[in-house]
Design a protein around this ligand. Structure first.
Ligand code: ADP
Length: 169
């Protein structure tokens, strides 16, 4: 399994699965969530609403999967990152769970490629260096047999620089 890094827009990635940094309501929001729903069209939101009606939404650290609507990928995994609250509210474990649970769902779908955004580092204000360390740590430990590529897609320059540095070590 190869870990790759790209600075760009996750909605444009041609991979089996892109991951969305959603919120517990699954009803869409700002940031990458808004971008995915805008580009993917209403089918994704309709599937999210069905999951919400069935399961009451998605808890922090958990992940659910929908089709990808008009996006070039096959599926979208919606995972809910923790909002940063000073670091003493289990944020680090919850963020790790987002990556772990997304990778488990990807394996279930026998996906060969997946893209992650920098979960929680936007509106939820998780410190970027700590978030990147967690994300890379979980991905490196991952035992998936199907995945051939895990791509980190950084939207902002700062995250891209941090990932570049950490991945070169
Ligand atoms: P959160 O609420 O989990 O912090 P945000 O969407 O606010 O979610 O931010 C998560 C990350 O997604 C941020 O690093 C932000 O720069 C990034 N981001 C925003 N739009 C896109 C996009 N189109 N593609 C990839 N990443 C994006």
């Amino acid at each position: 399994m190869e870990i790759t890094l790209l600075k760009g827009d996750i909605t444009l990635q041609q991979v089996d699965i892109i991951v969305n940094a959603a919120n517990t309501s699954l009803l869409g929001g700002g940031g990458v969530d808004g971008a995915i729903h805008r580009a993917g069209g209403s089918n994704i939101l309709e599937e999210c609403i069905k999951i919400r009606n069935r399961e009451g939404g998605c808890a922090v650290g958990e992940a659910v999967i929908t089709s990808a609507g008009k996006l070039p990928s096959k599926y979208v995994i919606h995972t809910v990152g923790p909002a940063w609250n000073g670091g003493n509210s289990n944020e680090k474990n919850k963020l790790a769970q987002c990556y772990e649970n997304s990778l488990l769902l990807a394996e279930e779908k026998q996906a060969t490629s997946i893209c992650f955004p920098n979960i929680s580092t936007g509106i939820y204000r998780f410190p970027k260096h700590a978030a990147a360390t967690i994300a890379i740590g979980v991905v490196k430990k991952n035992q998936s047999k199907s995945l051939e590529e895990v791509r980190f897609v950084c939207f902002d320059e700062e995250n891209h620089r941090i990932y570049k540095e950490l991945l070169q070590r």
